[in-house]
Design a binder for this molecule. Structure first.
Ligand SMILES: Cc1cc2nc3c(=O)[nH]c(=O)nc-3n(C[C@H](O)[C@H](O)[C@H](O)COP(=O)(O)O)c2cc1C
Length: 251
């Protein structure tokens, strides 16, 4: 039997992947996508991460609703939390197109967007205007041309903090040149110190997660874990799944 989801997917595959992505956001906004009505839950699914109570362990990863355009419908899609962004201080266009590629056999895509987004002012405005019944967070990014990328993360956090329940420092992306250099020991120590100081000064400090690349060596992961522990409070390793990016709750 063919269901609505299969028909929707077939329709979207007529379009170039990035246009299909945009169309799916429009469909959500127009109420054309079938939705669950709220987070899927049962007593066996409830959990808590970094002090945030969740109805189930599955949330929407950063990169789908980069500009926080479909928060309301997405909060009814079954997820227990939403992560919007990555947001950078200034709007930026991202990498040249094409930059999203379907791997049909693998049911996957390759993404080389490069933090295209409308900038934190526009994104924070939408977050402020939309309340959701499930926790929402922001993926913090840095502008490609920034003279001080570490500073960008704090700037974005400052603007968005009143409207979000958590934030993620994203140094995992291979699509912004040299971003992953921030995973090096000295650079990361500086970055985490600055983010921690920014967070501590907020009226309402929020849980901060660190998103690192999935292909680091064990030694590199150990260094990052040591730093996270040194810089903080809690350090839970959250493996999304075997090949997914890894996260640590920082403070
Ligand atoms: C089109 C696309 C855009 C993405 N953009 C971001 C982003 O802006 N920030 C980020 O931290 N991760 C981004 N990601 C990575 C996802 O958040 C997620 O970590 C990744 O897809 C791995 O999870 P999965 O194996 O469940 O897909 C993006 C992924 C895709 C496919």
């Amino acid at each position: 039997m063919i269901n609505l989801e299969d028909i929707g997917l077939k329709f979207l595959h007529y379009f170039d992947p990035e246009n299909a992505h945009g169309l799916s956001i429009q469909a959500l906004k127009l109420g054309l996508a079938p939705l669950h009505g709220g987070p899927v839950t049962s007593p066996r699914l409830t959990t808590s991460i970094g002090g945030i109570a969740l109805a189930n362990p599955v949330g929407l990863a950063a990169g789908y609703d980069k500009n926080a355009q479909a928060l309301s419908p997405l909060s009814k899609a079954g997820f227990s939390f939403l992560e919007v962004g990555a947001a950078t201080p200034l709007p930026q266009a991202g990498n040249p197109k094409p930059r999203l590629f379907r791997l049909l056999q693998d049911h996957a895509v390759i993404n080389r967007f490069g933090f295209n987004n409308q900038g934190i002012e526009a994104i924070a405005r939408r977050l402020a205007q939309t309340s959701t019944s499930i926790p929402r967070g922001l993926n913090l990014g840095a502008n490609k041309d920034s003279a001080d990328r570490a500073n960008d993360f704090g700037d974005v956090l400052n603007v968005a903090a009143p409207h979000i329940d958590f934030a993620t420092v994203n140094i995992s992306s291979p699509n912004t040149e040299k971003l992953r250099d921030l995973q090096g020991k000295a650079a990361l120590e500086d970055l985490l110190g600055r983010i921690k100081a920014t967070n501590a000064k907020l009226v309402r400090p929020i849980p901060i997660f660190l998103k690192i690349a999935p292909d680091l060596t064990d030694a590199e992961i150990q260094d990052i874990a040591d730093l996270a522990l040194a810089c903080r409070t809690v350090c839970d390793h959250l493996h999304q799944h075997d090949i997914g990016p890894r996260r640590a709750t920082l403070f």
